[in-house]
Design a protein around this ligand. Structure first.
Ligand SMILES: [Ca+2]
Ligand SMILES: [Ca+2]
Length: 71
């Protein structure tokens, strides 16, 4: 049985005509373990995993990801 999830992330960004959670790094529509798996190798580095755009991927970005968590 398909379970309808509530998608109310804290922050969103627009990519083309599609709007998705900023923390949805792999673009699958959910903020989940796979997105954290993408951010951990980039720890301490800038890039798309730097969600608050402060030049590094760190605990602040992880907190933003957890705040937007959909599972
Ligand atoms: Ca995702
Ligand atoms: Ca950051």
């Amino acid at each position: 049985m398909h379970v309808l999830r509530s998608l109310t992330p804290v922050s969103r960004m627009t990519i083309g005509l599609e709007t998705r959670p900023l923390a949805d790094l792999d673009g699958d529509g959910f903020v989940s373990c796979s997105d954290i798996g993408l951010s951990l190798p980039a720890w301490g580095s800038p890039g798309p995993t730097d969600l608050n755009d402060d030049g590094t991927t760190d605990g602040v970005d992880l907190g933003m990801m957890l705040s937007a968590w959909t599972g």
